[in-house]
Each structure stands twice: as C-alpha cells, then as structure tokens.
Write a protein that binds this ligand. Sequence first.
Ligand SMILES: [Zn+2]
Length: 213
Amino acid sequence: MAKSSHSTVAPSAQPTDSFERLIREFERLPGVGRRSAERMAYSILGQKTEDAMKLAVAIRDVKQNLKPCGICGDLTEKPRCAICDNPERDAGLICVVEWPREVRALEKSKQFNGHFHVLMGRLSPLSGVEPSDLRVAELLGRVKAGSVRELILATSPSVEGDATASFIAAQVKAISNTVTLTRLARGVAEGSDLTFAQSGTLGEALKGRVAVQ
Ligand SMILES: [Zn+2]
C-alpha cells in the first residue's frame, strides 16, 4: 500500500482493540458515559452482522447524502427540501431559525405552515461568529425577491439570539419597508434552545408572536 497521510496504524493514544474503539466512539456522543457506551458496544457485538451494519450505513448515508437546501438551508437529500417544494405552504411567511434541528421542532408542533430559513448558527463575538458566517445574505436575497410578507425571527431566547434577531431586523428594514418582523412570544420557550421546548409550547409561542419594533 502506498504511503498516505491517513495511516492505517492507530496512533498510540488510540486503542487498537476494535471493541474499545467502538466504546470510545459511542462515548463521544452527547449524554453517553462510559457505562452506556459499553452497553451499546456489547449490544452491537450481540447483533447479526447485517443488523449491526445498518448503523454503520445509516451514519455513512447521513453524512454523504444530506446537503443544505438551495433555498432555506435545511438539510435535505434533494436540491430543494420538501418544505420549499410544497406549493401548499405559505411562501410569504418565513420562520428564521438557527439550526436544522429547530425546523424539526417547529414542524413537530404542527402549528406552522410557512417556510423556513436556517442561519446555521447565531452571532457570537466571543466565539468569532460574524454575520458573514451565517446565511444572512441568502435571507436578504429572499426578501429582495419580493414575495416575503412576514419574517418570524425565531432565534434562541438568549443574549446572542436576541442580538442576531436585532441585526437581521436592521438589515431587512434597510432593504424593505413592507416586510413585517416578529419574534416568538417570550417566556414560553425558556432556555437557550427551541428544540427543548414542548411542541404545544412552541405552537403557543408562534401564535403569540409579537412585532419587532
Ligand atoms: Zn428548503
């Protein structure tokens, strides 16, 4: 085999034992400690090869096949996601969120029939996240196209989420005086992540949304 930067020999800090490697991979997942990782690894070991491989293939597929939608930025296996492609949905109403997981959470609430725009994060000067790192230009492009009636700035209820919403509001106002800007109702989606809110709570937050001044 030709020399490659991707050596097949595990570095000394890595366990060479396959079973131990699997445990360590599970341990890297959020909320999984050593004991849970061991239980999962033993479970995989006990499965038929074809069943265990389904996990490996699912991980490979999700990394290879999911790409940002050309319009909203949500993850999809097609050039455009099912929401952007659905003529039954209200294209004049766009809910702006930080991450694809928030699209899932709001879809689960079944209270929203508009479109989405995924920013892929929020402004964070301390972490070096600037406006150019987010999909703000793409959002302004959608506003300029003219069919947007209302933007719901559903960034996280946090200092950084608020700053992101304020920044976007100012940018939108600079190019349009017809688009209504709103925020989700306060106090219901407590915490820093919409995905932790109950579906019903998110639905209420959507219904009770307030205009951004
Ligand atoms: Zn889309």
